[in-house]
Design a protein around this ligand. Structure first.
Ligand SMILES: *Cc1c(COP(=O)(O)O)cnc(C)c1O
Length: 409
């Protein structure tokens, strides 16, 4: 781990104070032209000794705007400090976790996984247009049937068809024969340019797609394709629990990745990370963004610098080893839970590197599922699965109560 270190509380506070000092000070400065300010002191409690120990609250009050993308070209001068911390977050993710080479990636902290996934599709749509003069009809989005619905939002917004690939009911793996048949058919219909969303842990099952399976089939049919990994849920777990994972930037099939900080990392909402290889993000340059100093390469405009600081704080409070231990605690609980289910002969799906266990609904009476807040696969009848996610608040004591009730039923 080159960048992912653990800092003391004092150091964290000091770095954040420095970052905020280099952010434009609206009270004492001559910035007359910025339509921005710190939080309204007539409304919010913006001063007091309590802020000394609350660097995140201080950041929210200072309200820096991390607008734009800071891995490429120039950036707004006024918010250097929080942009710098964002860049450190991106380095930890791109280089330490997802094995990019130095300076070989671009990215930013988006509003969430939805935006990051759509940003990827937007980039690829424009890339296919620019590089191959592709028409919308010649493009198609592929993903498994367990893929997050943000992909369908992207398809709708970008006017590119989306096709779902069936998965095996028990293993949740893409059915390769079906994938082949679908691609073959799409090619015969005139589709030439494929954008794939490959899951690094689906929302419902925690199942992980193998992007190489897509690459193999798409190469076999001589198509042009780009693969985006949706690690919105699994991005802070899977690459850490599975040290041999090849789903990262060392894999030439992987072009971009989504990672949400507001799920497993428990950051404030509005912290999804988008990462891609160099040379791609320029495809979504908005030339008309003239009042922004630097290139506007992001879907969202203004965005919270305090959110970037929050992610930075979490990463550098734990450090790699601290996070590794935390993940392992959750995986131990998951293992314990699976052992209990095995003893009860209850059928479930679980990826061995993930903290989600999805139970077949026939083994869980609806009332118990409801009582324990299990999430069904679908809310409109015919539900076949319920999931349990081992988060930090889901302790063995809680799981035990659930198991005992299942035993009784
Ligand atoms: C949650 C999730 C998303 C969407 O993320 P938001 O941050 O809610 O926009 C996308 N993909 C997967 C796999 C997710 O779990």
């Amino acid at each position: 781990m080159k960048y992912w270190k653990k800092y003391s509380k004092e150091k964290l506070i000091q770095r954040i104070d420095e970052a905020l000092e280099s952010t434009v000070d609206f009270q004492n400065s001559k910035y007359l032209g910025y339509p921005v300010s710190k939080l309204d002191e007539n409304v919010f409690n913006t001063s007091g000794a309590f802020l000394n120990d609350s660097p995140l609250l201080k950041s929210f009050i200072a309200n820096p705007n991390n607008i734009g993308c800071h891995t490429l070209g120039k950036s707004e001068e006024a918010f250097k400090g929080s942009q710098e911390l964002e860049k450190e977050v991106l380095k930890v993710l791109a280089i330490d976790i997802f094995k990019s080479k130095e300076d070989a990636f671009d990215g930013y902290i988006a509003t969430g996984g939805t935006e990051a996934n759509i940003q990827a599709l937007w980039i690829y749509r424009n890339h296919f247009k620019k590089a191959y003069k592709a028409s919308l009809n010649e493009m198609v989005i592929l993903s498994s049937e367990d893929t997050h619905y943000s992909v369908h939002k992207g398809s709708n917004l970008l006017s590119v068809d989306a096709v779902s690939i069936p998965v095996d009911f028990n293993s949740r793996e893409i059915i390769v024969d079906e994938l082949e048949a679908i691609v073959k058919n799409l090619v015969s219909e005139g589709k030439k340019y494929f954008m794939v969303i490959s899951n690094m842990a689906t929302t419902m099952f925690g199942s992980v797609d193998n992007p190489d399976v897509y690459a193999e089939v798409l190469t076999k049919f001589n198509t042009i394709f780009k693969i985006h990994v949706d690690g919105a849920f699994g991005g802070f777990i899977y690459p850490i629990s599975n040290r041999n994972s090849t789903i990262n930037f060392e894999n030439p099939n992987v072009s971009s990745i989504t990672i949400d900080a507001h799920k497993m990392l428990q950051a404030p909402y509005g912290t999804g990370v988008f990462l891609c290889r160099k040379g791609l993000i320029e495809n979504v340059l908005t030339k008309e963004a003239q009042y922004v100093d630097g290139m506007d390469l992001t879907m969202v405009g203004s965005r919270s610098g305090a959110n970037a600081i929050a992610v930075w704080m979490i990463l550098f409070s734990y450090g790699y080893y601290g996070w590794f231990e935390r993940i392992n605690t959750l995986l131990l609980r998951t293992e314990w839970f699976c052992n209990q289910l095995n003893q009860l002969n209850i059928e479930y799906f679980r990826d061995p590197f993930m903290n989600i266990v999805t139970l077949k609904s026939e083994f869980v009476p609806e009332a118990i599922a409801h009582k324990y807040g299990l999430v069904p696969e679908t809310h409109n009848g015919n539900n076949k699965w319920y999931k349990v996610i081992m988060m930090s608040h889901v302790e063995i004591e809680d799981l035990l109560k659930f198991i005992n009730e299942l035993k009784k039923s």
